[in-house]
Write a protein that binds this ligand. Sequence first.
Ligand code: C2E
Ligand code: MG
Ligand code: MG
Ligand code: MG
Length: 288
Amino acid sequence: AAKQSGRNQYAFFSPRMNQQLQQRIEVLQGVHTALEQGQFYLDYQPILDLADGRIRGAEALLRWQHPERGLIPPGQFIPTIEDSDLIGPVTEWVARQAVQDLLLLQQQQPGFAVSINISGAALHQKTTRDFLIKLKQSQRVPDNGLHVELTETSMMRHLDDCRQTLQQWKETGINIWVDDFGTGYSSLSYLHQLPIDGLKIDRSFVRELKPGSNSSLVATIMTLADMMQLKVVTEGIETRDQRDCITRLGPCFGQGFGLYRPMSLAALQALLEREPSAPDDTPTRPQP
Ligand code: C2E
Ligand code: MG
Ligand code: MG
Ligand code: MG
């Protein structure tokens, strides 16, 4: 491309590539600054047990409050930092903050769980892997309190790294979820090879639900999960109809704008304050 452009033999990049590169550099520098200057924070989206409607946990979602550009959602910077040295420090920042918040939330509701998202790229970084284990142990996080979500695609891409890391996390008492389940190319056999606790059904399947029908992909995945003794969170529940439809299919957890939107830690604490407390041993299925 440099030769064909003709004008300048030193121009290795076309104008478009140049612009992309510049944007990338801006994001990387920006994230570096964000870590240094405390521009990141976490929102929490509650996860409910649909059988009794109670909040059992929340997913931590990363937010970047940029001084000039305002609020930047994770989709606009996580993919850029995934193949850079910054994914490690960002993941560790999220984990540290989430654990701090988790311990507060557990004072309000014992058994409360907080999920964090882990990029496949972070699995490659030994420091990040070990960091999570040390964090869990040094902060005395109760078992099953800290959950990690990995997308199906990143698990498949990093299967070898994944197996060992997930095994170690699992042994430490961290729970493991497959995020955006159903959107990847996975064969089911990999599920057996990994110490997975549950599946988060991608919201695209919820959108396709038809009231009164049992023949949805959500139903199929729930049957599969039941056979494999995996828990299920259905993501992206936006309407009452969707919620009712899913609740009828079987026991599962739910998350979505129609239940609760992502909110600040303070808002979540206020919400739990108003909720009747749910003892951890409350059965989630009605007794016969
Ligand atoms: P995700 O892990 O699948 O998280 C759920 C996303 O769906 C969130 O978007 C959430 O706000 C959105 N959502 C929840 N309920 C609904 C609904 O009913 N309808 C619709 N349309 N959307 C809903 P968000 O916060 O923009 O995050 C997007 C993605 O960014 C996440 O998808 C996750 O893959 C990634 N992400 C977020 N925080 C982190 C993080 O700390 N680390 C890493 N590596 N990735 C993160
Ligand atoms: Mg997630
Ligand atoms: Mg998801
Ligand atoms: Mg997603």
